[in-house]
Design a protein around this ligand. Sequence first.
Ligand SMILES: [Zn+2]
Length: 190
Amino acid sequence: MLLFGHVGLTIGLARALSREVDVRWVAVASLLPDIIDKPLRYCIAPAFTQSNTRTVGHSLTAIVVSMVVVLLLRRTIRGAGGVALVLPLHLLLDGMWGPDLRVSLLWPWAGNGFPPLHEVGLPGLWNHLVHDLCDSVNLAGELGGMLVLGYLWRWCGLASAARRVHVWKTGMLVPVPEHTKALQEQADNF
Ligand SMILES: [Zn+2]
């Protein structure tokens, strides 16, 4: 799955579970496996990853370690329990149970023999993107994520710059109060 599926669906679930959760951390958690694996693949250790974009960060071990770290940082991360709880969602949305992904999922316990991907340079990246977008499950996930983000955008009145800054500074997704909504509707009707 790509960007919107991960970010949208994970933030939607976390916000449904807890109104206190810091959505800035949830956004990072939703993409954490890719934040680890993409630099590994493209910059740090391409030979180790065999050009595979789902390796160390997409392992159960990395997710469990991340959950423990988030819980240890509970004084810093508001709603740390919610953030930890949605961390495994990335693996679920990526369908990491497939047989060709088992080495990555069970890393390091199943060794480092990641199935090689021969996607080189920009054409390789482009092929990867097109392949993802042609997959109906991936596409449904992306559209679902966009829908959730669109809903949250309206629900929290994020067309207002002041409300966007509030989310950026606090990580709180606060719905527009009913009376403000009514006033806005009145103004729109004039
Ligand atoms: Zn991923």
